[in-house]
Design a protein around this ligand. Sequence first.
Ligand code: G6P
Length: 345
Amino acid sequence: EDARLGGFPHYMQKEIFEQPQVFYNTLQAVRESPDALDLLRGRDRLTIVACGSSYHAGLLYKYLLEMYCGVAVLVEQGSEFKYYPPPLSGTVIGISQSGETADTLAALKMAQSRGCKTVAVTNVVGSTITRMTDATIHLRAGPEMSVAATKSFIAQLAAGLGITDALTDGSHAEENTRINVRIEEILTIPITEAVGLCSSASSLFYIGRGLFYPAALEGALKMKEISYIHAEGYAAGELKHGPFALLSGETPVIAIAIPGAAYPVMLSNIKEIKARGAPVIAIGLAGDIELAELADIFIELPKAPESTAVATVSVLLQRLAYETADSLGRDIDKPRNLAKSVTVE
Ligand code: G6P
């Protein structure tokens, strides 16, 4: 066991540290998947089905494909799709790390029965999803031992960026090749102060807009899975429609504020939260003085465009969950009541 952990105290941390290489490998994998890419090209709409962290990756695909490729994307949870399928046509993408999640498989079967083509995005060669779909993009994350998804999620994101690049004739290629170096930089950024604030919180909110909304959902999921602290991800503009009633000094808000279309309004959201007494941990780009002044704790990421920053933010939030759970002495690799893959509906 010790040898397989390679000096890390938990598989989750080991897997977080493998991510720069995983990112690179998966981009390569997408380029080597012409059959899958052919089923995605030339479509004006796509449907995605997935569960858990893979569903959050699906939401990232929606923003990427809509923002950069002009493709309308519907993202559905596997468990809903089978019983309440949307009107279907064209290609349906199933995202599943294990390739065995019953709800996702059932949804894909339903899509096939309605005449759709299907593409799998999975980390497990030979898994059920690869045998039932028309084409597969194999993530190259390597086996993931920790129950909480980390490197498989980053590989799913890499595949989404690779697909975006393929559908835009290489317009993201140069930027994508730099992302693994950016992720590397995130592995050592000090976050002790933020970890201290999170570990003593009764509840946490994660907010973001655009690509950073699914990143917020995934950050909150990671936190609750392994630290057992209640955490909720929200689209930043929705916080005032209810959750504001819960804000207090004991409910820190993790605000992802990366320059982009919604940046100015994100700063206003942070001011509104501060005015209601909640401490703010802001995640932004290096040199953002305005954000640093607003926040109680400011975590600076290397300057990068949004589609790169979504990778660095995601890795940072994995570390925040991991280090918080570790400081609370949780059973990180095997959280209570959870399974690595859920093969019953
Ligand atoms: C389980 C795991 C999650 C995972 C979800 C979907 O709930 O604990 O980490 O995101 O299943 O799994 P899949 O293998 O389909 O991606």
